[in-house]
Design a protein around this ligand. Structure first.
Ligand code: PMP
Length: 383
């Protein structure tokens, strides 16, 4: 089976697995305990925080460890909205966001906040001026993702950050960076980002750990209370093995970014060119998108059906993103780009990783063609 779902979860680096095991065995003490073993565990977290901060060129005290990017995004959006409600109760976000941002905003809407959801252009890109036009004196937060997890489009964050701060310098700017880190540069300062979310298992770390950058001076209303861990922003005993291993993955994937993207960009281009040549398929990802995500639709065919057929042919692919792949509804992302329901139901995401070769891509292409042809014949037979 060839695995093409790196954007859902990437296999951990060998060093990450070793670190997990070592820390779990050796440093099991509670980092809040006052004895020496506790202090040692606490030191490991401190060191991991420094490593993550260095990878992002920020300060260690600006890094918060969470249980994943879902939590990071919930904390960024709801924590900022609740903390700064005296400044206003308006949020700006986009129709492209991951459910952890999108649904946090919907929840706030139910509680009385006003949310402006900015639509992308037909290519899946957010026009910065549309964000700027939505910012008001009472806008406390703007949340825009770096790379879309379904179609891989990259958002112009420098321009967006600049326009947000020009429109209202008190408005906080949050970036969901989950699909961008390790694939593209993440210049938080140039973006003027105040909050930035990451997930370890997308960058070859363990599942169940997230990172939230919180710029110094920004306060969040904690969603989890009951302890002073993570500077009181996130209570609960720290997952020490995961935190240490995540820092390792962050450093490694940051250091290897350029080499990695230089290797997979041509593979993505090859695959996209091939897909464009199959008349039944419509390519949704773009050449200038993230280097690891290829997305296409087979309008009129359910994505799940095509994915199952590809699995029978030895290819593990995704229908949209893992979080929504069990929903039989059309993709919100494709609909927001103006695609029709048939195309929005028939999406397939292929995400590339370090281990893929040109030969793997050729095998996938053959499988894709065979799958489309066999489904076409089966469909024809049913008419
Ligand atoms: N944001 C984006 C863009 C994602 O792709 C994901 C993972 N599907 C998340 C947030 C949530 O991350 P986690 O799985 O760590 O909760």
């Amino acid at each position: 089976m060839l695995y093409w779902d790196y954007a859902a979860a990437a296999p951990p680096y060998e060093e990450v697995v070793q670190t997990l095991e070592q820390v779990m065995r050796k440093h099991f003490a509670n980092p809040s305990s006052l004895h020496r073993a506790g202090e040692e565990a606490d030191k490991l977290i401190k060191r991991a925080r420094e490593v993550c901060a260095a990878a992002l060129d920020v300060l260690p005290q600006e890094i918060i460890f969470t249980s994943g990017a879902t939590e990071s995004n919930n904390l960024a959006v709801k924590g900022a909205a609740l903390q700064y409600q005296s400044r206003g109760r308006h949020i700006v976000t986009t129709e492209l966001e991951h459910p952890s941002v999108y649904e946090s905003c919907l929840q706030l809407q139910q509680l009385g906040w006003e949310v402006t959801f900015v639509a992308p252009d037909p290519q899946g890109v957010i026009e910065p001026s549309r964000i700027a036009a939505a910012v008001r004196p009472d806008t406390v937060l703007v949340s825009v993702m770096h790379v879309n997890n379904e179609i891989g489009t990259v958002q112009p964050l420098r321009e967006i950050g600049h326009l947000v701060k020009a429109a209202n310098r008190r408005t906080l700017f949050h970036v969901d960076g989950v699909q961008g880190y390790g694939k593209l540069e993440a210049p938080l300062k140039a973006w003027q980002a105040d909050l930035y979310s990451l997930s370890a298992h997308k960058i070859r770390g363990p599942r169940g750990t997230g990172i939230l950058y919180v710029r110094e001076g920004v306060t969040l209303f904690p969603l989890l209370t009951g302890g002073s861990q993570e500077q009181g922003k996130r209570a609960g005993t720290e997952n020490v093995p995961n935190i240490v291993a995540s820092a390792k993955a962050m450093r490694m994937s940051g250091e290897r970014r350029e080499e990695f993207t230089a290797r997979i960009r041509p593979l993505k281009a090859q695959l996209e060119e091939y897909i464009s040549g199959i008349p039944e398929l419509v390519l949704n990802s773009r050449e200038d998108g993230a280097p690891h995500i290829v997305h296409f639709s087979y309008p009129g065919m359910k994505g799940e059906v095509l994915a199952r057929r590809l699995e029978e042919l030895g290819m593990a692919v995704a229908t949209r993103s893992a979080c929504s792949s069990r929903l039989a509804e059309p993709s919100r992302i494709l609909l927001s780009m103006g695609r029709d329901t048939a195309a929005a139901l028939g999406g397939i995401r292929i995400s590339l990783g370090d281990n893929h070769t040109e030969q793997d891509v050729s095998q996938l292409e053959q499988a894709l063609l065979a799958a489309v042809q066999s489904l076409k014949i089966a469909e024809g037979g049913m008419k």
